[in-house]
Design a protein around this ligand. Structure first.
Ligand code: B12
Ligand code: SF4
Length: 442
């Protein structure tokens, strides 16, 4: 069949990121013997016009639309990314009778809302690479698939994308990093987090030697910087350590980064990381006040996080921490405690977030008023971003966090648009590959 794969993401902050999910799906479809073309909405000034022309020339039989971002999860400066997909879907519907099949992480978090909003014919909830091939086989055999296909979790090793799809070179030039995945799933149970909904709680890890093979093939294509997109790279710590050992054994010499839990057991882990090329890491710290960490069910303590940060620093690894202000139980005192402890760590960068973005399926849903926000007669209501801010701090939080960000050159905040100006970031990007925050202030 002739299958057109569309990446609908138009987000460019903090960087344009290579559309890994749709590229993997397109690779799987191509490997299954179908003819594949792709369209990257981000790469066009007028995506609708360009898409219409492609559809008219190429005449796809099936269109796959990938929906990554729903919004920027940043309060109060919310940016509704879901709206960007409407024009794309309308263009498809107007230009062709081909079936429109939706998928992607944003879609998976609220499938009914997106099917209704975009007028999709079918949607794959979850991991797409195997499910889409089965769906195409059904279509070829004249079987009508269900509207919602709940994809079973895929077993590792995961299919790497063919990086000619969606122009990996452009993303490296303009986003500074390639991306790849070493495992899916997160064992932890932080109350607000969507990652276990998307990937499950059971970790499914690819064998370290296959992972380093993929890194080598990325390097062979002239790319030296990789963002490891795992929910958390250092859980289990042993898998991360084995990958580092394999990288060191092969003397790979790439610059690597990813998301980390700020805690760990293996004494040698930070120096292994550094030797393997992890010169800078992002940490999901969220709070540095024990009662709040407990409420968020983060699974570590302030002393654990501070100790882990010290060990990273001793190993020469730059750190970007994240703090979420205003979660359940937050008071002015707990926020001040977090700030004081973060000042002790004094990381290279610190991302401040105000409030918790509330998603159905997480434990925050009930606490955060999710049920009240639902309207059974209108599933698209779910697309409107819902945030939770603890009442005790709600009146003053924006001003207080704003002042903390203002007073600290290493702090940035998407919700307040502080130090994340797209033009400033694009300027930095011209002279720097890898994570931009590592050169903030230079
Ligand atoms: C790593 C990551 C980042 C990194 C990316 C680094 C990089 N260079 O790639 C960074 C930190 C830069 C980042 C930034 C942002 N991110 Co982010 N990110 C992730 C994370 C953890 C993994 C994404 C990933 O690549 N996964 C691996 C790929 C293979 O999976 P996938 O894309 O989901 O694809 C699979 C399926 O979805 C499906 N599929 C995909 N497309 C299609 C299409 C069809 C038709 C089908 C059938 C199936 C299908 O099959 C694929 C293979 O199994 C996810 C959370 C998660 N655990 O998924 C959040 C996530 C995608 N991010 C999210 C958001 C919001 C953002 C930001 C907007 C945040 C911000 N305030 O800046 C920005 C946007 C950046 C941009 N330009 O788009 C949200 C999106 C949903 C939402 N809530 O709106 C997520 C889901 C996290 C969350 N909070 O819920 N992110
Ligand atoms: S916040 Fe991080 S550690 Fe917690 S459940 Fe989500 S991915 Fe796992």
């Amino acid at each position: 069949m002739r299958v057109l794969v569309i990446s609908g993401s138009m987000a460019t902050l903090p960087d344009p990121v290579y559309p890994l999910g749709p590229a993997i799906v397109a690779t799987a479809v191509r490997n299954a013997g179908h003819e594949v073309s792709w369209f990257d909405a981000l790469r066009h000034d007028d995506p609708s016009m360009a898409l219409r022309a492609l559809i008219q020339n190429w005449e796809p039989e099936v269109v796959l639309l990938s929906i990554r971002n729903i919004d920027n999860a940043a309060f109060p400066g919310v940016n509704k990314h879901f709206e960007e997909h409407l024009e794309i879907a309308r263009t498809c519907k107007a230009a062709t009778n081909a079936l429109l099949i939706l998928g992607g992480s944003g879609f998976t978090l609220m499938p009914e809302a997106f099917i209704e909003y975009l007028g999709g014919d079918h949607g794959v909830v979850g991991e797409g690479e195997n499910a889409i091939v089965e769906l195409l086989t059904q279509l070829k055999e004249g079987v009508t698939p269900e509207t919602y296909i709940h994809a079973p979790r895929v077993a590792p090793p995961f299919l790497p994308p063919d990086r000619d799809i969606f122009d990996a070179d452009w993303y490296y030039a303009n986003g500074g990093l390639a991306n790849m995945q070493t495992q899916r799933g997160c064992q932890l149970k932080c109350i607000y987090c969507t990652y276990p909904l998307l990937e499950g709680h059971k970790v499914r890890a690819t064998d370290p030697s296959a992972i380093v093979d993929e890194m080598e093939s990325i390097k062979a294509a002239g790319i030296d910087h990789i963002f490891v997109v795992d929910a958390v790279f250092n859980r289990p710590e042993s898998h991360a350590a084995q990958i580092c050992e394999e990288i060191i054994r092969r003397d790979l010499k790439m610059s690597l980064t990813g998301y980390f839990v700020p805690d760990g057991d293996l004494p040698e882990f930070p120096s292994l990381l550094k030797k393997a090329g992890f010169g800078a890491v992002e940490l999901g710290t969220d709070s540095l006040s024990d009662p709040i960490l407990e409420r968020l069910r983060k699974g570590f303590t302030v002393s654990g996080a501070m100790e882990f940060s010290r060990r990273l620093e001793a190993a020469g690894i730059k750190q970007c921490h994240n703090l979420i202000f205003g979660g359940p139980g937050e008071t002015m005192e707990t926020m001040e405690e977090s700030v004081a402890n973060m000042d002790v760590i004094n990381p290279t960068a610190m991302i401040a977030t105000i409030g918790l973005r509330v998603f159905k399926g997480t434990d925050m849903w009930k606490i955060g008023g999710g049920e009240d926000s639902e309207d059974p007669s209108d599933p698209t209501r779910a697309l409107e971003p819902l945030f939770f801010v603890e009442e005790a701090v709600a009146d003053t939080i924006v001003e207080r966090v704003g002042k903390w960000v203002e007073d600290r050159e290493n702090w940035l905040c998407f919700g307040l648009n502080r130090r994340v100006n797209p033009r400033y970031l694009a300027r930095l990007r011209k002279r720097h590959k890898g994570l931009l925050w590592t050169i903030f202030g230079e």
